[in-house]
Design a protein around this ligand. Sequence first.
Ligand code: MTE
Ligand code: MO
Length: 332
Amino acid sequence: MLIKTSSRGFDHPVPSEITSRETYQGRRELLRLMATGAAGAALAGWAGRQALAQTVPKPGKLATLAGGKSAVAGAVTMEKITDYKDATSYNNFYEFGTDKSDPAKNAGTLVTKPWSVAVEGLVKQPRSYTLEELLKLSPQEERIYRLRCVEGWSMVIPWVGYSLSELIKKVEPLGSAKFVEFITQADPKTMPFVGSRVLEWPYVEGLRMDEAMHPLALLSFGMYGEVLPNQSGAPVRMVLPWKYGFKSGKSIVKIRFTDKEPRTAWNKAAASEYGFYSNVNPQVDHPRWSQATERRIGEDGLFAKRRKTLMFNGYEAQVGQLYAGMDLKKFF
Ligand SMILES: Nc1nc2c(c(=O)[nH]1)N[C@H]1C(S)=C(S)[C@@H](COP(=O)(O)O)O[C@H]1N2
Ligand SMILES: [Mo]
């Protein structure tokens, strides 16, 4: 097991050899050089990687390359990775305020250690997992997913984690379990906006069982080769790349298996605007704005073009089957 202490003060034990950001960048750069034929065989060694690591200035500047580390189809994209700085300073985490800049400013008070996640409800093996137990449950891998917010912005992030299905298999859901509910931390002492009336706390999300079992549904512990920073949902969050960002609950403390569709935080706040499914769908507009295009964070500027939003955020080949025959205007 590797204890990783970064300059930003995160020190969870991470068994999966989560690499330092520098090494991570070096690996990316090496892949890029190899792809362009510029890297000699000598660079392929550890020393070469270390040398490259010294020279790569910032994360996110490098092209994302095919042949990433994930074994899961659809978990790698060719798109440019969003700058770490942008991905961690433009966030939605209402427990720490409603401005995009609030979580980065305020989430320092979140206490992520010790942490445990209770798995309960309709399962044969209900139990509580410490974070350390969760980290050890399955090998982690890096997955480069787009995350698209319902508000019309998106990012491309190298997440670290494993498929939620690995945990689900361990706890053995009963046949009666049809949905999975994610309950997140709601501690008014460490989360300044818990208690505000903007949402009902705790923040709750939910998935249908087959959605939760889909290999793309990632239980995530890290990003950019490091443990998650607090504002991104430390120490454990979901990442559902084919759904609007709000389906990806942050700082999860409970996973409950039920036979009823969970009432989710945003659905409770505005049922006509945020349905249970919330699949990214350019053809179904939010009642107050279009979902046809999106703005990529970090690409701002006078001439930055909005991108076309893709059906299921570009993951249609992987997840389309889950919704075959459903009226997606009704089940939005
Ligand atoms: N606990 C919790 N999880 C949450 C939210 C929140 O307010 N509280 N916001 C959601 C929304 S609306 C989005 S778009 C994503 C944003 O994730 P990011 O800040 O890592 O980009 O987190 C989701 N998960
Ligand atoms: Mo969002």
